[in-house]
Design a protein around this ligand. Sequence first.
Ligand code: CP
Ligand code: NVA
Length: 300
Amino acid sequence: MAKRHFLTLMDLSPAELRGLIARAIELKQMQRDGKTYEPLKNKVLAMVFEKSSTRTRVSFEVAMSQFGGTAIFLSPRDTQLGRGEPVEDTARVLSRMVDVIMIRTYEHEKAERFAANSGVPVINALTDRHHPCQLLADMQTFYEHRGDIRGKTVAWIGDGNNMCHSYIDAARQFDFQLRIATPAEHQPDPDTLAQAGNQARLVSSPQEAVRGAHLVVTDVWASMGQEDEQGNRCQVFQPFQVNGELMAAASADAIFMHCLPAHRGEEVTAEVIDGGQSVVWDEAENRLHSQKALLELLLC
Ligand code: CP
Ligand code: NVA
């Protein structure tokens, strides 16, 4: 089978993505039923992390373990990557030893260069530009709670960041309407937005974004690498907080998602994230099941 990478949601077709979500739901049930399924026996995943992680690391490591394979955690603190070995050389070397590689880094172009020099599939586990693995979990979670997302309305509130860009891609691939409310100086990349045509659009306020929305999503106001801007961002983003009043303006059956980690009292209030409309714990769990489906698609 030809080698395939997963750097953005656009690397899979809409049909493949839909199949992947259905498969993730099946794999979740198999795990719940205690069935052993080890399609990746003796296979090895290398996990390159240049930024922190809880969910991504654990979900990939558990996925490989449940599939009968193993995962190796690599941080810049203990690899030559951290001492300046070129990303191209690291990719060439790792891919001669392992079967699949996952990378979390800063510049999206770095992940692209890594993939271009890898002889095995490379999975983007978050860059400054995209977080496609999180969208697999989010789409699975919406499907489980509300059925098909096609034709539904999704409100993105807050920063036009990596998650926002992956939501724009998801609107194209899963065929929903995305309304984006961000401060003027924190809008998503215009090219990414333009490629979505009329499936994703900027609106002038969070209230306008959530009106009739079936899913309300937000993320931290300062992403990894932007810690210095935290103070200033907290002021600029204050009107974009997802609170009870904003959720009340969405569709009555709206659900709330957040990729986590969350800052209660900043981008979301405790009453929302810990309330009845929040599905964030299912969303976090589904990182495991949807990534198992992704690994199976790329490797089997
Ligand atoms: N949502 C997410 O990617 O979480 P981690 O940073 O903990 O991996
Ligand atoms: N936008 C956040 C997502 C964390 C999972 C970040 O990049 O830090």
